[in-house]
Design a protein around this ligand. Structure first.
Ligand code: PMP
Length: 425
């Protein structure tokens, strides 16, 4: 993949908003299948971004496509204000009937992850009658005005958009390998200080956290940290909101990453992988919390779109029938082992390989110049591998489809190593 962009691409690039970050490669993507994307020019790209953790079953999984096509011919759209479509009622039954953690049996749909977080914030404020929220360093929760104020993965997202929504307080997220002060105990201590010094429990509605930092650098929260947050929330009567928009739907080897820490939040946000590419998101909470949201405070024209819900139902079928989580365990272990071997061959370039399941980060050494990870992404694309970088530290993120094959994992790692050697050696 390389050479000058085609004319149509160049035209679109000129006319699409400048606020969009520039894409990894200058091609027109015509179609996708499994772990591969194909370009109009006839090129082929191994997609280790899965559309930013969305197409967890690979591009155009036939079961999902067939279900969406069936639904397209029956009912494309109806608003939940009019009536509930068949897929909405069926998906709700499936989600509360064993997919979601026990107790989280009140669901609100939306189209994007950011809206799920917006709804979580609104539900938490309505239920507690309290205004403030605590978020964690490195967290990413969206780009709408409220979620931008919750996002702490890098300053670029909020550039020229200050002041942001008030009432948001920031606590440290454990990252001991970066700094000794960022261990679990130190972070939980800082959190208690924050509740004493900045936002009292009686003013704090919720803590919002990603179980694995996504955009902020692929840092899994130690299970004891998440358990510590659960205990602090219980002690102070604050709601715990888990943002599993990126870590959910099998990405870390369990359906939700919360299973690694064996905790249940008060509110859970899900999106991305839930519908394998159709825009669908949801927030789930307990009955006693949901009951305190006045009718009319949640909504949205496209909430619970029937085609999105049909795709979500098919996605759940594929998880069950094709034993997707078994593949995550096997391919995740393979990916880690192969990346560890790359790190051992390039110790001067790679600082750490970390992650859970098929959510794996490779952090470059602190000596790498600012922007090195982004440059490496571009070099990977040139080699035929789509790989995103992540915020704050120079870090690459490996998020192939969960259906990736053993050969594709090895091919991805081989292309990554080629790009790595070419860019930085
Ligand atoms: N939360 C997390 C953890 C995310 O990774 C993202 C998207 N990258 C969002 C929220 C926002 O989702 P969306 O882009 O669908 O609004």
């Amino acid at each position: 993949i390389g050479g000058p962009p085609c004319e149509r691409y160049a035209h679109a690039r000129e006319h699409l908003a400048h606020g969009l970050a520039s894409p990894l490669c200058e091609v027109e993507i015509s179609h996708g299948c499994g772990s591969w994307l194909h370009t109009r020019e006839g090129g082929k790209l191994l997609d280790f971004t899965a559309g930013i953790g969305v197409v967890n079953l690979g591009h155009c999984h036939p079961t999902v496509v067939a279900a969406a096509q069936r639904q397209l011919g029956r009912l494309l759209h109806t608003s939940m204000a009019t009536g509930f479509s068949e897929p909405v009622t069926e998906l709700t039954a499936r989600l509360v009937g064993g997919v979601l953690p026990a107790g989280l049996d009140r669901v609100m749909y939306s189209t994007t992850g950011a809206e799920a977080l917006e709804n979580a914030l609104r539900i938490a404020r309505a239920a507690t009658g309290k205004p403030n929220v605590i978020v964690f360093q490195g967290g990413y929760h969206g780009r709408t005005n409220a979620t931008l104020a919750l996002t702490r993965s890098k300053t670029a997202y909020g550039a020229r958009n200050h002041p942001q929504m008030g009432g948001v307080y920031v606590a440290p997220f454990p990252y001991e390998s970066q700094a000794p002060g960022l261990g679990v105990d130190g972070c939980l201590f800082q959190l208690e200080l924050l509740l004493k010094q900045q936002s009292a429990p009686e003013d704090t509605a919720a803590m919002i956290v990603e179980p694995v930092l996504g955009e902020g650098g692929y840092v899994p929260a130690p299970p004891e940290f998440l358990r510590g947050l659960r205990a602090a929330c219980d002690r102070h009567r604050i709601l715990l909101v888990l943002d599993e928009v990126q870590s959910g739907f099998g990405r870390t080897g369990t359906l939700f990453a919360l299973e690694h820490a064996r905790i249940v939040p008060d509110i859970l946000c899900i999106a991305k992988g839930i519908a394998s590419g159709l825009p669908l998101a949801a927030v789930a909470t307990r009955a006693d919390i949901a009951a305190l949201s006045p009718a009319g405070t949640l909504g949205g024209t496209y909430a619970g779109n029937p085609v999105g819900c049909a795709a979500a139902l098919a996605t759940l079928d594929v998880f069950r029938d094709e034993r997707v989580l078994d593949n995550v365990a096997a391919r995740g272990a393979q990916l880690r082992a192969e990346l560890d071997a790359v790190a051992a061959r390039h110790p001067h370039l790679i600082r750490e390989v970390r992650g859970l399941g098929l959510m794996v980060g490779v952090e470059l050494q602190p000596s790498a110049p600012y922007g090195a990870a982004r440059a490496l992404s571009r070099r990977c694309a040139h080699e035929g591998l789509l790989l995103l970088s992540a915020g704050t530290f120079e870090c690459m993120r490996f998020i192939p489809p969960l259906t990736v094959s053993a050969d594709e994992v090895s091919e991805g790692v081989r292309l990554f190593e080629r790009a790595l050697a070419g860019t930085l050696d």
